[in-house]
Design a binder for this molecule. Structure first.
Ligand code: FEO
Length: 587
């Protein structure tokens, strides 16, 4: 049965369902969320998303994951059209994030005898989430679950589980069906991309979203990705990765897996890293920690997310003790014994030369952030950034501040490497490269959505026209620039072209080092509404309103190709400011 590419004329949000067989005795029920524009972290979606669940029938029947609560009135009837819920023997919970676990409580009501299978941590989290008694079975890597032989197909279905902590929740497990060769990974290898396409038949169409999803969710957990890949290498041949978001990976499986291996290996090179701690299911810790981790990664530094609730004492002590920087949330003031023990382990493992920093978890019962900050500096540790105080439910600007603070910290960790790389350039080559010249520009971007307004700006000189029809330009943006997050495909920005006879003040202003989250436009004259995408500077010679079409990844810059949609010149007599350099190892 297939359904539901919904009528595009319907008002937002458009929600649909798709139900298809994907292998012997195996059916997927995909919840299509065509219009979802943001995800739980500060993560813009351009192509909506899907929440994929799976029904596998051997002698016994298992359901893997459910759906988001917003599909309550349609998903449950569709499931019931496929199977009487009391005939579901097992519900395998890949992890307990609400986009996949939102209807578990409803299913327990329909079938209280159903056994819920998940990691030990997932079962604990679920007890707090569903507030109902349920049957459960905790599993770990290597454990199996026998469904037995399907009487019609004759195929035997046996699940083998793999622990995959931090991909991207602490309680994540993968499930491999030996009967079909399908590996169910939920968030890992997924992408936020809503379409009727069940599989990855058009890899070019989905590759940018696959990469963006990796960068946002998996990149900060690169070490954990490599551990999971190692466990996957021990499985028999995998023919499909059935993901929890987006199309299922079948036709180009080797490429997608190799991407994860390459990207994660690149990010895990070198020994120094920042340990970014969080307390799972407390306040806004998980999302805020991910924003900080993403900022650190942008600066080319390594990062390891550490769940203070789920990491055992020995591992916690090692991860903190070996880190070059440690970022800690405010923890619950009235913590249970396990949490108190974790905090004790964390503080005892700190080393004098580490960078430290802290952020508000905003959990409603937090230890005051100044107390946390002073405990972190107990051995004379250096503060990487000012405590990130959050006094209301975090909005887009708070996540942006966390991201930028993370980048500042990342730059502290990579400083020595950056200086060494600059010095390593051959002198003649360096001087020759320095003879390349460019104009002087200020790129501005501003985005407003349900989470509020985020804006940024940067001085640019690596800018070039790149096409006539349609008119297009390229801009090179260093990977650790805050504005990079606002220049994803389809985002709009403004290129302000500076005047030769009046650019010094703007240069001085925008070259300043801004504290995380600071308003780049305070004290600058802007022509509001002159262009979509970002502020037009009052003192600019001209501006171009641009839309990002493509991003090419270089070693330390993104090369951004954008179509120019609008433009204007304020003074036809003046010339563009030109940037002459002596050397090529910096701007
Ligand atoms: Fe897709 Fe971690 O939920």
């Amino acid at each position: 049965m297939a359904s539901a590419n919904p009528n595009p004329q319907l008002p937002s949000p458009r929600l649909g369902l798709q139900c298809e067989s994907i292998a012997t005795d195996t059916t997927t029920i995909r919840s299509l969320d065509w219009d979802r524009s943001r995800f739980d972290i500060e993560f813009g979606l351009r192509n909506g998303t899907t929440y994929n669940a799976f029904l596998i029938r051997g002698a016994k029947t298992a359901l893997i994951d459910t759906s988001h609560l917003k599909f309550e009135t349609t998903w449950l009837p569709l499931l019931q059209s496929q199977i009487d819920p009391v005939a579901i023997d097992y519900l395998i919970v890949s992890h307990t994030e609400p986009d996949h676990s939102g209807l578990i409580g409803h299913l327990i009501d329909l079938n209280p005898a159903m056994e819920i299978v998940g990691s030990k941590v997932a079962i604990q989290f679920l007890e707090d989430q569903v507030h109902r008694p349920f049957q459960s079975r905790a599993v770990k890597s290597g454990d199996t679950l026998e469904l037995g032989v399907n009487p019609d197909s004759g195929v035997e279905h046996r699940f083998e589980f793999l622990s995959a902590p931090n991909l991207h929740w602490p309680d994540t497990i993968f499930s491999f069906d030996h009967g079909t060769g399908i590996l169910y990974t939920c968030d890992a290898f997924g992408l936020h991309y809503c379409s009727d396409e069940l599989f990855d038949s058009d890899p070019g169409a989905i590759a940018p979203d696959y990469r963006f999803y990796y960068d946002c969710l998996m990149g900060p957990n690169a070490r954990s990705v490599l551990q999971a890949l190692k466990r996957m290498d021990g499985l028999p041949e995998i023919n499909t990765i059935a993901v929890g978001h987006g199309p299922l990976l079948r036709h180009h499986l080797g490429l997608w897996v190799e991407d994860y291996r390459t990207w994660s290996s690149d990010r895990s090179k070198g020994e120094s890293y920042a340990a970014v701690c969080y307390v799972s299911q407390y306040g806004f810790c998980d999302r805020l920690s991910q924003a900080i981790a993403r900022g650190i990664s942008k600066a080319g530094a390594q990062v390891q997310l550490v769940d203070l609730r789920a990491t055992d004492a020995q591992e916690l002590s090692a991860l903190i003790g070996e880190a070059d920087a440690v970022v800690v949330p405010t923890w619950p003031a009235k913590a249970d014994a396990d949490m108190q023990a974790s905090v004790g382990t964390l503080l005892a493992a700190l080393k004098p030369k580490q960078w430290v920093a802290c952020y508000d978890a905003f959990g409603g019962n937090d230890e005051p952030i100044d107390t946390v900050a002073s405990q972190l500096r107990g051995l004379g540790q250096k503060e990487a950034f000012e405590p990130l105080r959050i006094r209301q439910v975090p909005a887009g600007s708070d996540y942006q501040r966390c991201d930028e603070a993370g980048t500042d910290l990342g730059q502290l960790l990579t400083k020595a490497k950056t200086i060494a790389a600059m010095k390593a350039l051959d002198g003649d080559l360096d001087r020759a490269l320095g003879r390349l010249s460019g104009g002087l520009y200020v790129v501005t971007a501003r985005q407003t959505d349900d989470d509020g307004t985020r804006s940024s700006a940067m001085v640019a000189s690596w800018v070039s026209q790149a096409s006539f029809n349609p008119p297009g330009i390229t801009v090179a943006v260093a990977k650790d620039r805050a504005i990079e997050a606002l220049m994803q495909v389809d985002d709009r920005f403004v290129l302000n072209i500076l005047r030769e006879d009046n650019h010094q003040d703007l240069m001085r202003h925008f070259l300043k080092r801004f504290p995380p989250g600071a308003d780049r436009f305070a004290g600058v004259t802007t022509l509001d509404g002159a262009a979509s995408g970002g502020p037009v500077l009052g003192d600019a010679l001209a501006f171009l309103g641009c839309r990002v079409v493509q991003r090419l990844e270089g070693p330390d810059h993104w090369i951004i190709y954008a179509e120019v949609e609008q433009g204007n010149v304020s003074d036809t007599e003046s010339s563009t400011a030109v940037h002459h350099r002596k050397v090529g190892n910096h701007y």
